[in-house]
Design a protein around this ligand. Structure first.
Ligand code: 3PG
Ligand code: MG
Length: 416
């Protein structure tokens, strides 16, 4: 094994050994300031489409409540860019949480200030206060020490259970915990995420290990390929991510989506030359479903991926690719998946992603270990009704990818 892989292991292993969790504290008569990621997807009626993130944080909340602690919940929601607005308010969640927890969850329309502090002081043991969206202050995204100080007045113990945002250098993630000295820890959701990532990387060596990467943004995933090429037995690349590979090999990709970035080309070339003897573990789609416009009702054809005509774009992997990929997944014992294989939100281009989702669920039922992250991959599992069969659904897409890039995430570093 090369250094890269060992480093990832060391980081995760070290983290889980060293970091304090809610289990190390007794919350009786204490106010826990719990940073959660309640950035849940909602529809236009503000109904929650997927409450996984909330669901996974509930054990943390319940542990604190059962010990007669008080809870102040802080979170971001969407990207309001530093301005308060109704559509990004967290108010609607108070009701949802009350029903879910079967106790009253109160809400206050700010996250700092005298009145917020007063509301916190009025909390009785085993009560919960949800505060307004942190991102209504631009300072949240600017690592602002004064904003961190204001937030620090709201609790005695800081708990980070917001894995989805732990890769961001944001005030409530990196600076706020500094005010709590040794009274800071992670919650159960965070602990689980770290443990499952650990298990994926060193899950008692259950091989073959397959990594499946899709989605459009290759820049966020290319480093992972480099880091994990020595760990994986198969790396399957699909979706928009495959086109830079095809292009660099001299293929014609027509009008398919491609992230323009010189670093990508350079890194790809480096991977191809540095890992010559491992390169055959990277599998690209053989064929694609192409369309003459970016909509569900466009004309379609199936062609080899390296010969897409101008004016056409690849929107899903083709039948031969589905078969090839599923065959590899079926013989895998450990699988990590992030990113769709096509534009699955268009029904006509969803077959690839859905087939993969079903296959991963099936092999998991037969005993494989599967870890899936990223909103789109999880959404496709839900469409196929097989999300419950996956070993672990990560609540962070970007954060999960960042963890595999061989570095300690800023939010975890702030607790250690
Ligand atoms: C997410 O949904 O990706 C997390 O909540 C982080 O949000 P962000 O990508 O807007 O920082
Ligand atoms: Mg995001």
């Amino acid at each position: 094994m090369l250094n890269m892989t060992i480093n990832v292991y060391h980081i995760l292993h070290y983290t889980i050994m060293k970091i304090k969790t809610v289990e190390n504290f007794n919350f009786e008569n204490q106010t826990a300031l719990v940073r959660v990621d309640f950035n849940v997807p909602v529809n236009k009626f503000q109904e929650i489409i997927d409450d996984t993130r909330i669901q996974y944080s509930i054990p943390t909340i319940q542990k604190i409540l059962s010990e007669k602690g008080k809870i102040v919940l802080i979170s971001h929601f969407g990207r309001p860019k530093g301005k308060p607005s109704k559509i990004f308010s967290l108010k609607f969640l108070a009701n949802f949480l009350s029903k879910k927890l079967k106790i009253n969850v109160s809400f206050f329309e700010d996250c700092i200030g005298e009145t917020a502090i007063k509301k916190v002081r009025e909390l009785k043991n085993s009560e919960i206060l949800l505060l307004e969206n942190l991102r209504f202050y631009k300072e949240e995204e600017e690592e602002d020490i004064n904003f961190a100080y204001e937030l620090s007045k709201l609790g005695d113990i800081y708990v980070n259970d917001a894995f989805g945002v732990v890769h961001r250098f944001h005030t409530s993630i990196t600076l706020l915990p500094k005010f709590f000295e040794n009274k800071k820890c992670i919650g159960f959701l965070m602990k689980k995420e770290i443990q499952y990532l650990n298990q994926f990387l060193y899950g008692k060596g259950k091989r073959p290990i397959t990594i499946l990467l899709g989605g459009a943004k290759i820049s966020s995933k290319i480093k992972i390929i480099e880091n994990l090429i020595n760990l994986a037995d198969f790396i399957l690349i699909g979706g928009g991510m495959s086109f830079p590979f095809i292009k660099i090999k001299g293929g014609k990709i027509g009008n398919s989506i491609i992230e323009k970035d010189q670093i990508i080309e350079k890194t790809l070339k480096k991977i191809y030359s540095k890992y010559k003897n491992k390169i055959n573990i990277i599998h690209l789609p053989y064929d694609v479903v192409i369309a003459d416009s970016f909509k569900n009702e466009s004309n379609t054809k199936i062609v080899p991926i390296h010969s897409i005509p101008n004016g056409w774009m690849g929107l899903d992997i083709g039948p031969i690719s589905i078969k090839n990929f599923c065959k590899i997944i079926e013989k895998s014992k450990t699988i990590l998946w992030n990113g769709p294989l096509g534009v699955f939100e268009f029904a006509n281009f969803s077959l690839g992603t859905k087939s993969i989702a079903r296959t991963i669920a099936n092999v998991t039922e037969r005993g494989a270990f599967s870890l899936v992250g990223g909103g789109d991959s999880i959404a496709s599992l839900k469409m196929e009704n097989c999300d419950k069969k996956i070993s672990y659904l990560s609540t962070g897409g970007g954060a999960m990818l960042a963890s595999l890039k061989n570095k300690i995430l800023p939010g975890i570093n702030a607790i250690i």
